[in-house]
Design a protein. Structure first.
Length: 131
C-alpha cells in the first residue's frame, strides 16, 4: 500500500492518532460484534495513522488483525464467501435497525434501501469470490 506523509502540525497529528485509536477499537470490536463493521473502521484507522505517525501506521499494516481483514482483500483482490455473507449479514442487521427507527421518514428509508442494494450488487458482482 502506498504510504502517505504524516501531517506537519503536531496538534493535527494527535487528532489523527486519537481518531485512529478510536476507529481501531471499534473495528476490533466489530470482529466479535456483528453490528459493527470491521473493514471500514480499519480503513479509517489506516488513513488516520498514516497522517498521525509513520511508526504506528507501519505497525498497523504489519498487524495480524489488519492482515486477516483488510490485508487479505488488498492482497488477493477477493473475499471468501463466508466474509461476504458476514458483511451482508452485518449490513442487513444495521439497515433493519435503522429502518425500524426511521420508519416514518421516507427519504431515510429510500437512502438505506439504495445503500443496501449497492452492497448486494458490489458483493455479488464486483468483488470477486475467493475459493
Amino acid at each position: 500500500m502506498k504510504t502517505t506523509e504524516q501531517h506537519s502540525n503536531v496538534v493535527v497529528r494527535y487528532i489523527f492518532l486519537t481518531i485512529g485509536a478510536i476507529s481501531f477499537c471499534l473495528g476490533t470490536a466489530g470482529i466479535v460484534l456483528p453490528v459493527l463493521p470491521t473493514v471500514p473502521f480499519y480503513m479509517l484507522t489506516l488513513f488516520c495513522l498514516a497522517r498521525g505517525s509513520e511508526r504506528f501506521h507501519r505497525m498497523f499494516l504489519e498487524s495480524s488483525l489488519y492482515q486477516k481483514t483488510v490485508g487479505a482483500y488488498e492482497r488477493d483482490k477477493a473475499l471468501t464467501l463466508r466474509t461476504k455473507l458476514s458483511i451482508l449479514t452485518s449490513v442487513t442487521a444495521i439497515m433493519m435497525i435503522g429502518a425500524y427507527f426511521s420508519r416514518n421518514i421516507p427519504i431515510a428509508l429510500i437512502i438505506m434501501s439504495i445503500v443496501w442494494i449497492a452492497h448486494i450488487i458490489a458483493l455479488a458482482f464486483i468483488v470477486k469470490t475467493q475459493k
